[in-house]
Design a protein around this ligand. Sequence first.
Ligand code: FES
Length: 293
Amino acid sequence: MNRDQSRKVGSAMVVGGGIAGMQAALDLAESGIKVYLIDNKPAIGGVMSQLDKTFPTNDCAMCIMAPRLVAIGRHKDIEVITLADIEKIDGGPGNFRITLNKKARYVDEATCTGCGTCVSNCPTSNRVQPVQKEKIELQPEFKEKVIEIVESNKNRDGPLMPILQQINSAFNYLPENTLNYISQETGYPLAHILRIATFYSAFSIVPRGKHIVNVCMGTTCYVRGSERLMERFSDLLKVKPEETTPDMMYTLKGVRCIGCCGLAPAVMVGDTVFGKVTIKDVPDILSKYKKTA
Ligand code: FES
């Protein structure tokens, strides 16, 4: 191959900004080719951006995607074109000419910072008019606090997350009747509230113990023996993963990467992280929380 033949010329177009398209765009750009990454959606990411876990390691999809999204955003040789479809392809190999049909985005991409102010000022809303129906009765143990939290937040912009966070931290979970009440008082559909409540692992819609024992089952911790740690916690607490002890003191959970892989295998109880945990450490960890029970 002479020198001229080895020179990279021209450009490539990758159609579809899912995980495969993103990786293809990065590989091409890394080999020195200008890449146009096309997607007909408002953003790249594809189906994987909607997944929680991925087979077979159960790693979170976003942990796999995020580094590629950042790399694409920063790569000088990748131009992302979203909301675009291919209208026509002319020419042949080595000399294609592509005509795109790009839909309007209705925001200025060059100046948008993603602050979300336009969402809160949008005249359309995903709130629905509360339907006049039977008042939802709250259980006495939640009533006063829930009403206080909902009343103090329901008229602010984006009230849902603060309401859910405050109720979750008051009771350590989100009681089901409470979600109905939030829906009634804020006008958000119950399905929308449930979608949020079940998406974030910080929220729970079932009662949880006073101490949440999170055993990291992410890839790094897993290969360093977190499965055996989970078995040991399970034996000592006499509950299976995702269960709570009958005295409501401990909930045992398997979680995916708590962000300290250098300390693998890691366990987090409440806000405290225990690193390089061995099977012998498990009773000591639990005993710390017995004293504060
Ligand atoms: S895999 Fe366990 S902390 Fe990252």
